[in-house]
Write a protein that binds this ligand. Structure first.
Ligand SMILES: NC(=O)c1ccc[n+]([C@@H]2O[C@H](COP(=O)([O-])OP(=O)(O)OC[C@H]3O[C@@H](n4cnc5c(N)ncnc54)[C@H](OP(=O)(O)O)[C@@H]3O)[C@@H](O)[C@H]2O)c1
Length: 297
């Protein structure tokens, strides 16, 4: 207790699974937790449990749908009204969808929640992270990113979409693609933040028993997730690397790195393609209408 005393930590998707255990772990160390969830009721239930388990009542709950940019914009505004600093941002929320669906804003769902949302949330909070430096950004990716592909002409699978289980040389599941993009975003952002005192790292939590897959929209993948449960690590174990990156002195100056099991690891070769990282960044900024305003990132 005490190592994170008074540090303000946002953890997205913290009503369930790895995010919830990350929040509990950091709350136990004395952090002020801001749970960012999309459902008030699920959030309240988790908050009650968290306060009890961590013995720390500094747990705030704020609502945001990470697949909707409008919701992210509103959340960031509200957060800045309430808090004047931000020490740690954990972009943890994620989901996988089998069928191609688009959000009310027209973005493909895997792309929106696993990549575009974290990109935009980070963008919206970056001025605060910079003014609170030293501060940390932690992006929760996946080992499945190694299967991902980044097709700049078809980022949202409009021409060539695969759900969760179809692998071929020409297409990969949209979830895997989005998790690869999140990794590339991490590395590009680290370059852009050099010297700012804000670090950004990415992690692969490992195969973990959580609710992931529940929202995939496919009965077969839901059943598959249930069947493999005995092979999965606990959510508490799955949260260890997020907690480590958010709190350990050992990594306070490290940035632009990938971690698994609390160790620095190499990610897949494509993730290190610097030209692709930059082109993806520029394309994402255009999609979000940020291209003409380069002042914050
Ligand atoms: N479990 C694994 O084996 C594994 C492996 C590699 C990577 N990961 C990654 O680890 C992270 C945490 O996932 P988990 O395994 O802990 O799964 P989980 O139990 O399903 O938790 C995911 C969290 O994200 C939230 N979320 C989903 N869509 C959202 C949206 N549109 N807006 C706001 N919040 C949203 C969920 O909220 P609701 O409860 O409201 O749905 C939930 O709180 C994800 O990024 C996932 O991709 C997991």
């Amino acid at each position: 207790m005490g190592a994170m005393k008074g540090k303000i930590c946002i953890i997205t998707g913290s009503n369930s699974g790895i995010g919830k255990e990350t929040a509990i772990g950091l709350a136990k160390m004395g952090a002020i937790i801001v749970m960012v969830v999309r459902n008030q009721e699920r959030g309240e239930k988790a908050r009650t449990e968290m306060v009890k388990q961590a013995g720390n009542s500094s747990v705030d709950l704020m609502i945001c749908d990470l697949s909707l940019m409008d919701s992210i914009r509103r959340f960031a505004k509200e957060f800045k009204k309430k808090y004047c600093r931000l020490d740690v941002l954990v972009n943890n929320a994620g989901a996988s969808f089998s069928k191609r669906e688009v959000t009310s804003e027209g973005f493909e769902r895997n792309f929106a929640v696993n990549y575009l949302g974290p990109f935009f949330l980070t963008h919206e909070l970056l001025d605060l992270l910079k003014s609170s430096a030293p501060s940390r950004i932690i992006n929760v990716s996946s080992g499945l990113a190694k299967n991902g592909k980044v097709d700049l002409d078809d980022l949202q699978g409009e021409k060539n979409y695969a759900g969760t289980k179809f692998y071929s040389p020409s297409r990969a599941p949209a979830y895997d693609n989005a998790k690869l993009m999140l990794m590339m975003f991490t590395y590009e952002l680290a370059k852009r933040l050099k010297g700012s005192g804000v670090t950004v790292n990415v992690l692969m939590p490992g195969f973990t028993a959580t609710n992931l897959g529940r929202s995939s929209g496919s009965l077969s993948s839901y059943i598959m997730f249930k069947m493999v449960r005995p092979m999965q690590q606990s959510a508490r174990k799955g949260a260890e690397t997020s907690i480590y990156l958010a709190s350990s002195d050992e990594v306070k100056d490290l940035t632009g790195k990938c971690f698994a099991k609390k160790k620095e690891v190499a990610s897949c070769p494509t993730s290190y393609d610097e030209e692709l990282q930059e082109r993806l960044w520029n394309k994402t900024e255009s999609m979000l209408g940020l291209a003409s305003n380069r002042s914050t990132l």
